[in-house]
Design a protein around this ligand. Sequence first.
Ligand SMILES: Cc1ncc(COP(=O)(O)O)c(C=O)c1O
Length: 471
Amino acid sequence: MGQRPVDGPPGHAAWELLLPAAAAPARSRGRSLRSALREAVRSGRLASGTRLPSSRALAADLGVSRGLLTETYEQLTAEGYLRSDRGSGTWVGGAAGPHHPWCGTAPPGPGTRAWTSFPVSRTSRCSPARPGPPPTARCSPNSPTTCWATRTPAACPGCVRSSPACWYVRRDVVADPERLVVCSGVAQAMTLLALALRARGHTAVGVEAPGSPEHGTLVTAAGLTPVGVPLDDDGVDMGALRERNVRAVITTPAHQFPSGVAYAARRRAELLDWARSVDGLVVEDDYDGDFRYDRAPVGALQGLDPEHVAYTGSVSKSLAPGLRLGWLLVPDGLAEEVVERKRVMDLGNPTLDQALLARFVERGDYDRHLRRCQRAYRDRRDALVSALREQLPGVRVTGIAAGLHVIARLPGRWGPQDVFLERAAAAGVAVRPLSDYGTPAGTGVSLVLGYAHLPPARITEGVRLLAEAVR
Ligand SMILES: Cc1ncc(COP(=O)(O)O)c(C=O)c1O
């Protein structure tokens, strides 16, 4: 298990790097401490194997509560930055940390978000037609990395503040402008990466099974063969991945689609070890990282090893899929090629859209919108879970802690599944079986139920209709 601990930094001086975070306002102190500690690990200022002071001692040195330090250690252990052996201490470097309580049991993937919650009036306030510098003054055209992803901050000062760093900081990724590419959503990011991998001699890419069918489709369209890698409760099965003879794998570690599992700390570390050992690439699709309800955020994998992880996300789940606006962070060695491919493909994303989004973020409207959606979606999820439990006795609902859908498993007596689906469709209730995502149909009925697009009353009514139809 892990490395031999090395001596911690002499005295308390090395911990001074955490002092500014400890002095942050109470509301953001926890987040600041976690970010500062991650950055210290990432940058090597805290070397792998360094033993951390006890939470009690460090809390006293920093003048913060012990509870805050304990939470910080737990969170970073869950993310793989630290490892901890019960009773004997905490060290820098993952791989051997215990599983965090939420790991392996956490929630699932996408679903459709509610059009009614699209912030029309707030986004139109951000229109570049309104007073303010026109987008052309802020963004040089025709570069894949213009505007909020500008590579030339000096030429585009307004864009730096409104850069996707606003998101990235929250997700703790390494987002230097040199590795950042603005793209038309995760779909284009996958295509760009797959083409770059193919040019480097890859013939196949691992995809999660079950997983997003889109991953396989996009990889195939780029001329690579998608190879399914099964999952267990902690993430992709590492034994199976090694057997697949691939050097790249597409993953959804914060919230696996569709199962809803959050990759365990140990598995995250193993995945990175694998990528280093094969000189390969983990693609991290952070498709709905903004929506979580009952669990703490899990930092992005990319922050742990930006040279072996390509990170991608978009506003498709948070705002609307039709905006076709996303971002991709690539390892240094791939950056030039991916930027060039994006330029050749479409000369860059429309700057007007980017300027509008940039202003939306700058004004704090994006954060307000996310908080509002989070509250609404939690209510919708609660309505769905209670209605399912009430109307369909024996149902097991999983993947509820985050995302925009749940998995509902019904025992054998509700089957066979095809009859169940036919009756649901005849009653006008649209549901998708889990088997659509590459899971073999079992004896019972397993459904993927989205909830973000319906108000609670319609959810309750839909489940009532469904139960009536299949009873
Ligand atoms: C697993 C997964 N990743 C990403 C996305 C978003 O893709 P895009 O950003 O291209 O709209 C989706 C959309 O449904 C998805 O299911």
